[in-house]
Design a protein around this ligand. Structure first.
Ligand SMILES: *[C@@H]1O[C@H](CO)[C@@H](O)[C@H](O)[C@H]1NC(C)=O
Ligand SMILES: *[C@@H]1O[C@H](CO)[C@@H](O)[C@H](O)[C@H]1NC(C)=O
Ligand SMILES: *[C@@H]1O[C@H](CO)[C@@H](O)[C@H](O)[C@H]1NC(C)=O
Ligand SMILES: [Cu+2]
Length: 358
């Protein structure tokens, strides 16, 4: 007893005192240092567990969205799913698709840290490492991940929306989100009334291999300007014209999983790791010519309006909103992921970025 108490006291004296001398009280607006986002498989098991615990915490924290009749928005986690559903037709196939989702992820990361005590940064999922053995990807691990595929469900013959190569479709059978009949409260589609559902996945190794390999990632990074870059990321609305965005959504969600649902996809916690990697692809692309690409933004204000028939293109002062989960900002505020209050509102970095030709 005496020995261990004495040791603890020594540590306190030797660490706390010099720190207090070296760092006089800082003004409240002291510069922040970016937190570092890392790849899921590189996190030590305790950090993976801490992240999953914080996600579960958000799933249970009461929502801030004002209730409406039959509301399915019950948790802080649902607040974000609801925000995404409400804005679905405003934030996809537009010039602000990447900027909006960058800000949305930062809101989630901040909620995990400030409301659920998570100490790390939002992890990303580098799917280029998993296309050869899709179902064995570390993110799908039952113990150190988000659980894997759903049980096989036969597709309805009349459904035109059959993701090629789908292998599941039912409730996820293992991992921290399995066996919870009301894990998901919203959807399918744009429905926001309470509809308890399990988490579903419908992995397509074929679709992932086709759109999430290093070849497709390199094709994306090779874009010369933002307008083209964004179109290669988002691809077209058909399976034949997908990009890395659709690759992750349909490679995980297939036809029947939440990740394959344009509206409700953030209901699967893997959404945030997929989108973190899309954000990392954008940041990798920006960093290849940072001076120019910190301000390069274009593309339509309105869904699929690439010919500008309904309106113009977005600009740096275009507003982004995440509803009750953050203040309104502009695209210009989120162009720099490591702005840290000086050059924007975000303050994180990636431990590694992609390089062109590698
Ligand atoms: C990348 O490789 C996959 C798997 O071989 C293939 O299906 C896909 O068409 C390739 N994509 C590109 C852009 O070359
Ligand atoms: C809108 O953005 C697209 C994609 O970058 C670009 O090709 C087009 O010239 C822009 N239109 C206008 C009016 O600037
Ligand atoms: C934020 O933007 C949204 C959408 O443009 C708008 O409805 C909302 O009123 C804004 N909120 C604030 C606090 O300005
Ligand atoms: Cu989205």
């Amino acid at each position: 007893m005496r020995v261990s108490n004495g040791w603890a006291l020594t540590v306190l004296l030797f660490t706390a005192t010099p720190l207090a001398i070296a760092h006089p009280p800082q003004p409240p607006q002291k510069p922040q240092h970016p937190i570092i986002r890392k790849e899921w498989r590189t996190l030590p098991p305790p950090e993976k567990a801490a992240y999953l615990k914080a996600v579960t915490c958000l799933l249970h924290k009461p929502s801030l969205t004002p209730p409406f009749p039959d509301t399915g928005v019950l948790s802080r986690y649902d607040d974000l799913v609801y925000t995404h559903i409400q804005q679905t037709f405003d934030i996809h196939y537009t010039g602000h698709f990447l900027a909006w989702h960058r800000y949305f992820l930062a809101a989630y990361e901040r909620m995990l840290r400030e409301e659920c005590g998570y100490k790390g940064a939002q992890p990303y999922w580098d799917w280029t490492l998993d296309v050869g053995a899709w179902a064995k990807a570390p993110v799908f691990d039952a113990v150190h991940g988000f659980g894997g595929n759903g049980a096989w469900v036969e597709g309805e013959p009349g459904n035109p929306f059959q993701v090629p190569g789908r292998t599941g479709g039912g409730c996820v059978v293992d991992g921290p989100f399995a066996g919870i009949a009301d894990l998901v409260h919203l959807g399918p589609g744009n429905s926001v009334v309470y509809n308890p559902q399990c988490l579903k996945r419908d992995l397509s190794p074929y679709f992932a291999g086709r759109y999430l390999g290093m070849n497709q990632t390199q094709l994306t990074l090779a874009a010369g300007d933002f307008g083209w870059f964004d179109m290669v990321v988002e691809g077209g609305p058909s399976f034949e014209a997908s990009g890395i965005h659709g690759g992750g959504h349909y490679g995980v969600g297939g036809t029947y999983g939440q990740m394959g649902d344009l509206y409700t996809s953030p209901a699967d916690p893997i959404f945030y790791l997929h989108h973190a990697n899309l954000d990392r692809v954008w940041w990798s692309w920006q960093k290849m010519n940072l001076k120019t690409r910190l301000t390069d933004i274009s593309g339509p204000i309105f869904l699929m309006d690439y010919e500008n028939l309904r309106g113009g293109n977005v600009t740096l002062d275009f507003p982004l909103s995440v509803g009750v989960s953050g203040s309104n900002v502009t695209i210009g505020d989120v162009m720099n992921v490591a702005g840290c209050g000086k050059n924007g509102v975000l303050c994180y970095e990636y431990d590694k970025v992609y390089k062109l030709g590698k």
